[in-house]
Design a protein around this ligand. Structure first.
Ligand code: F6R
Length: 612
């Protein structure tokens, strides 16, 4: 989603901001822009629709030093990548936005949504402001300009922020205030990067990788004023505050597809290593668990997440109910946060989030915390807003996931739930952990035999729609398989619990509909799956069966002839969801590559969804 990078005092500010924006590219965006300020405080803006290269081309065509600004004197720059929410992706709607009303001209970049912008815009127009975009953001520079008439810069941005409803992270430049960046946040993340003779602001520290290792994460309501030599920080009440400096050793290298055609394929192949790392970190060689927290007397669990993370949570429900024996609810965060669900005293609330920044999951976590729940977050971003808000954090240790469609983080989430179920359960963990240790090798074996899935993918590229079915723990995996397929191949796909097929989806079945069934031969329910398959076959549907060797052994020759069979290795029950995940990810991946879609940055999607 949108990204902010700002620098003041850096001799190479324009290039460093562009590089910072490129580090956030993988999150998805549709336009970009920068504003540069010269030593006299004049500001020049350049924007372009499309990828950052388009902005670089614009800068080459109309260099900053052809305007009123001397390139060599630019030490202060703010930049933005925009993922359209209000208004289509056009140059006019791209950030930065500028406005002046009574006070100096103000230039801003903004992440999040100003929910009351319509009302504010009407008020500002009545006072003489002229708007040039369809964005919610454009109200910000006018309001800040007004506030600067009567307030100091820090007070002005604090007062301006108080008029906004919604979530925001803002960085601003003010005409006539050279080498000064103003910033504030609420709901959306923003951090300061600390340099020698320069300071930076970014929506994600990753943008500043290679520039600094020292960061300060702003809290809700915080307002910052940065110059090349100092920064001042006030809280939402206008009191000076200090926030801890965190040292983060961020991976500077974004180049590495390491020979893979796409980041997604690379990340799929990283899963054996991710699984091995999680097991090694959170277990001991003598067969006990070593999770970084202690939870006892858990009587009920709420799991809340969005998208793929919510399907990992749904798998977690099966695992926790079976091993811990307490009731577990799974909710989609956007529903949970407004439903006001009853939360029993002493309950455990688990937020699941790769990015740790998803707006709805974060809001749900804060709601649960305010209602006395013990909050645990399973996240791949241990410095994220959710990690800071939760009582306990279980880092997923999957390494940075660049492809928008989540793969290795999903697998890490499922494994984290498996470990948690063993930790909270009463079974002796040692035998289970011995089984789990076989996972990396089993996944490697699966990755060594991709051909049948690639062949299968070539046969579904023309499909307009697909069904994914599964039972038990494989039902939420069917939802995930359908989501992955639609995200990157743009084929419409639905996931259902197998038992639901007769209750409606069967109406869709005809000769053009591939139906992917997930079934293990080891759960005593395989006969029921076979009945489901026959129902599809009888309506000339295309049956694809993903099963283990135990399942395949239960098929007679005639049934085998009527379907496409993909086998996964036989393995203990605890390993089933992860072993069935790989073929689904690969099927989506190979279908998408056969269709020629933008696999790593599929259309309309963003990696980290920081707005509702
Ligand atoms: C799908 C996908 C999304 C995310 C969802 C939540 O491949 O990645 O559905 O799972 O947007 O994101 P996080 O996990 O960052 O909270």
């Amino acid at each position: 989603m949108c990204g902010i990078v700002a620098l003041t005092g850096h001799p190479d500010a324009v290039e460093k901001v562009l590089t910072g924006l490129s580090r956030l590219e993988y999150r998805g965006y549709d336009s970009a822009g920068i504003a540069a300020q010269d030593a006299a405080g004049h500001i020049t803006v350049r924007k372009a629709v499309g990828k950052l290269q388009a902005l670089r081309d614009t800068l080459a065509d109309t260099p900053l030093d052809h305007s009123n600004i001397e390139h060599s004197t630019i030490r202060t720059t703010i930049g933005h990548t925009r993922w359209a929410t209000h208004g289509t992706p056009t140059t006019a709607n791209a950030h930065p936005h500028q406005g002046r009303l009574g006070g100096p001209q103000v230039t801003v970049v903004h992440n999040g949504i100003i929910e009351n912008y319509k009302h504010l815009r009407e008020q500002l127009e009545a006072q003489g402001a002229t708007f040039h975009s369809a964005t919610d953001t454009e109200v910000i520079p006018f309001i800040l300009s007004q506030q600067l008439v009567t307030h100091t810069p820090l007070e002005a941005i604090r007062h301006a922020a108080h008029t906004f409803h919604g979530n925001y992270a803002i960085a601003a430049l003010v005409e006539g205030m050279p080498d000064t960046v103003l910033a504030t946040r609420k709901g959306a993340p923003l951090c300061l990067g600390l340099g020698e003779g320069w300071y930076a602001v970014a929506s994600d520290p990753l943008a500043l990788a290679g520039l600094t290792t020292r960061f300060i994460f702003l809290e809700d309501g915080d307002c910052a004023l940065l110059t090349p030599t100092a920064f001042t920080l006030h809280n939402g009440e206008g009191q000076p505050v200090t926030r801890p400096v965190q040292v983060l050793d961020l991976d500077d290298d974004l180049s590495g597809k390491q020979g893979f055609r796409h980041f997604m394929l690379k990340e799929i192949h990283e899963q054996p290593a991710v699984v091995a790392k999680l097991i090694e970190t959170y277990t001991t060689p003598d067969g006990t668990l070593a999770l970084p927290f202690n939870l006892s007397n858990v009587t009920g669990i709420n799991i809340v997440a969005c998208g793929t993370a919510s399907y990992a949570g749904a798998i977690g429900k099966y695992l926790l109910e079976e091993h811990v024996g307490v009731p577990v609810n799974v909710d989609i965060a956007s529903e949970f946060r407004y439903r006001n669900p009853p939360l029993a005293e002493g309950g455990l609330f688990i937020a699941v989030s790769q990015s740790g920044e998803t707006a709805d999951t974060l809001a749900a976590l804060e709601h649960a915390k305010a209602h006395g729940q013990t909050c645990l977050v399973l996240t791949n971003a241990p410095n994220s807003s959710m990690a800071r808000a939760a009582h306990h954090v279980l880092p997923l240790l999957a390494g940075r996931e660049i492809a928008v469609a989540s793969t290795k983080a999903f697998t890490a989430m499922v494994l984290a739930f498996t470990l948690l179920a063993l930790e909270l359960g009463t079974d002796a963990p040692a035998p289970h952990l011995a089984e789990l240790r076989k996972l990396p090798q089993l996944l490697n074996n699966q990755l060594a035999a991709l051909k049948p899935i690639k062949n299968l993918a070539d046969t579904v590229t023309d499909a307009h729609s697909m069904l994914f079915l599964g039972r038990g723990v494989l039902a939420p995996l069917a939802y995930e398989g359908a989501l992955k397929m639609k995200e990157i191949s743009y084929i419409h796909a639905e996931g259902y619990a197998s038992g639901e097929m007769k209750h409606g989806p069967i109406a869709l079945v005809d000769a053009t509909l591939p139906v992917v069934n997930l079934a293990t031969g080891a759960d005593g329910l395989f006969e029921k799956t076979l009945s489901n398959l026959r129902e599809v076959e009888a309506r000339h549907g295309r049956v694809i069966l993903i099963t283990d060797t135990a399942g395949a052994a239960q098929l007679d020759d005639a049934t085998k002839r009527g379907l496409t069979l993909i086998t996964v290795p036989d393995a203990p029950k605890l390993l089933t969801p992860i072993l069935f995940t790989l073929p689904l990810q690969l099927l989506a991946y190979f279908t998408a590559t056969a269709k020629g879609t933008d696999v790593d940055q599929p259309r309309n999607l963003a990696k980290s969804v920081t707005v509702e």
